[in-house]
Design a protein around this ligand. Sequence first.
Ligand SMILES: [Zn+2]
Ligand SMILES: [Zn+2]
Length: 220
Amino acid sequence: MSELCALLISWLFLPTSPSRGLIVYDNPSLAAPDHVDSDGMTPLCAACELAPAKVAVALAVALLDGDADIDLATPATSDYAGFTPLMYAVAGINPGVAKLLLKRGADGTKRTTQAAGGHAAGSSALGMARLCADSGDPDYAETFTVLRKRCCSTCGVTSPGLAAKTAGEKKHLKRCGNCPARGSRARYCGEECQRADWVSRHRRECAEARRAREAAGTAV
Ligand SMILES: [Zn+2]
Ligand SMILES: [Zn+2]
């Protein structure tokens, strides 16, 4: 068990509410919220894949309020090089944490730098969530929906990220008008990303979703 995990677990037994002080509990060397432990993990990365989900969210809030870098990825020397907190939220099946991170401005365009955990090098958090959801495990489906609603299906940019890129101009991701489920339609930052996704994947995905919706309608 890493020093950080031990620290997080010991925090669970503290009587006080989460605060930045949890990081210094019994180990002042971890005072910096972006401390990287011997496994290459930051406190935020570790918190994001933690169970139970309520604890993961409480820890992530405390760390972000303590100025933890929301996108700080595990270093190149780690077995999980380039994994961001958002990717750990996907791996840990923590949709609540993923929602929190995206609300606080996490960058969905980040990519892993090597193959790890069944995901190819160059994977985005959304790509990871899609691959996990495709495995048929319903627990992953919710995380995928959280990311899909907030990130461009091709490049991963979020609405706030897009607005920042275009010098503060208010911009929102556009939805695929053909997707049958209103709430979980694929989102895009622009035509270029929509076209690329349509050619590589979404033409089939969208048609399958429509067929499934029609079959469900006929069955009722
Ligand atoms: Zn895009
Ligand atoms: Zn669609």
